[in-house]
Design a protein around this ligand. Structure first.
Ligand code: GRG
Length: 319
C-alpha cells in the first residue's frame, strides 16, 4: 500500500502560516487504550462465560487489567503510517496486548519475578492462586491466536497475510524473542551481564514484542517490503529503548506511579542498563535509540508524527 500519511508531516506547512501539529502522546494512548480495552473486555466476558468457574474469572481478570497500551498504540500508528485506515486493526492491537498480558501474568509468578502488584492491582496469582494464574497465562496464548485470526477476517486480509502476521507475533513471543529473552534473564540472575549480553536479553524479552507490534501494523496494511523493513528497524530500536527507560523508572519512579513494585531490579540484584551506565547514561542511551528509530522511518520516506511522538513518549514516560 502506498504511504498516504505524508501530508500529516508535523513539520510540513499546512498553508497560510499554519502547521500540522504532532499528535500528543496522551491522545494517541487514550485512543488505543479505549478501543483495545473495549475489545479485550468483550473477549474477557465471552471467555469467562465459556470457561466458567475460577479459571474463567482469572482469565477475565488478566485480560481486563488496565495497561498503558503502548503496544496497541504502536500497532495503530504503524498501520496508519503506511496508509491503513480500517477499524479492524484494533483486533491486531488486542492480539498483541493479549500476548503481553500472558507474559505479565507469568512474569509475576513466584518462580519468576515474584511480585504482588501489577497495573496498580494485585497480580493474577495474588488475586487467585499460583496454579490458576499459571494455567491462565498458558490459556491466553491461543486466545491471542483467535483474536488475531478474527482481526485478519475483519480486515479482509488474504490467508497468506494472516500467516505472516501469526508468524510475526508468535515468533516474537517465543524462544527467539520474549520467552528466549526471559529465559536468559532468569539464568543470568546470579551474575552481572555485560552490555552485549544485557542487550540480547532485552531485545528478546521486551523488544521483540514491541518490534512485532510495529511490523504487524505494516503487514495489516499490506505495506511494501521497504516499509516493512523500516517499521521493523524502528520497532527494534524503540523496543530496546523501552526497556532502557524501564530500568531508569525502576530506580526513579514510585510504586504508585508505576503500578508495580518500584526498586524490584535492585531487590532481585538484576543486571540493568542503569547498573552498567548509571541513570543519566541510561537516559542518554534511550534517547539515542529513539533517534535511531526515527531514522529508519526517514530513510524509507515514512513520515509519521504519531510514531515519532510514541518514540519520544517511550523514552520520557513517567510510568
Ligand atoms: C517460560 C522462560 C519463560 C518465559 C515466559 C514471562 C515471560 C515468558 C516473559 C517475560 C516478558 C516480560 C514481562 C518482559 C517485561 C516487559 C515490560 C517492560 C513490561 C512492562 O510493559 P508496560 O510498561 O506495561 O507497557 P503495561 O502494564 O503498561 O502494559
Amino acid at each position: 500500500m502506498r504511504n498516504r500519511s505524508r501530508s500529516a508531516l508535523a513539520s510540513t506547512p499546512a498553508g497560510a502560516g499554519a502547521t500540522v501539529e504532532s499528535p500528543r502522546a496522551d491522545v494517541l494512548l487514550t485512543e488505543a487504550r479505549e478501543r483495545t480495552d473495549a475489545l479485550l473486555a468483550s473477549w474477557a466476558d465471552r471467555l469467562r462465560d465459556e470457561i466458567g468457574g475460577r479459571h474463567g474469572e482469572a482469565l477475565a481478570y488478566a485480560l481486563r487489567t488496565p495497561g498503558k497500551r503502548v503496544r496497541a498504540a504502536l500497532v495503530l500508528a504503524a498501520y496508519r503510517s503506511v496508509g491503513g485506515s480500517s477499524p479492524g486493526i484494533m483486533g491486531v492491537a488486542a492480539a498483541v496486548e493479549t500476548v503481553h498480558a500472558y507474559s505479565l501474568v507469568h512474569d509475576d509468578l513466584p518462580c519468576m519475578d515474584d511480585d504482588d502488584l501489577r497495573r496498580g492491582r494485585a497480580t493474577t496469582h495474588r488475586a487467585f492462586d499460583v496454579p490458576t494464574a499459571t494455567r491462565v497465562g498458558y490459556m491466553l496464548v491461543p486466545v491471542a491466536a483467535m483474536v488475531l485470526s478474527r482481526a485478519a477476517r475483519d480486515l479482509r486480509l488474504k490467508s497468506t497475510s494472516l500467516g505472516r502476521m501469526a508468524e510475526t507475533l508468535f515468533q516474537a513471543g517465543g524462544i527467539e524473542g520474549m520467552v528466549g529473552g526471559q529465559w536468559m534473564d532468569l539464568e543470568a540472575e546470579q551474575r552481572v551481564l555485560d552490555l552485549s549480553e544485557l542487550t540480547a536479553v532485552h531485545r528478546g524479552k521486551t523488544g521483540a514484542l514491541i518490534q512485532a507490534a510495529c511490523v504487524l501494523g505494516g503487514l495489516a496494511a499490506e505495506s511494501t517490503a521497504t516499509q516493512l523493513a523500516a517499521l521493523s528497524g524502528f520497532g527494534e530500536e524503540i523496543g530496546l529503548a523501552f526497556q532502557v527507560a524501564d530500568d531508569v523508572l525502576d530506580v526513579t519512579g514510585t510504586s504508585d506511579e508505576l503500578g508495580k513494585t518500584a526498586g524490584r531490579d535492585e531487590a532481585l540484584q538484576k543486571s540493568t542498563f542503569v547498573r552498567l551506565m548509571g541513570v543519566e547514561g541510561a537516559r542518554r542511551e534511550a534517547a539515542r535509540l529513539a533517534h535511531r528509530a526515527i531514522q529508519h522511518l526517514d530513510n524509507a520516506g515514512i513520515a509519521s508524527p504519531s510514531l515519532a511522538t510514541l518514540a519520544d513518549y517511550i523514552v520520557s514516560r513517567r510510568s
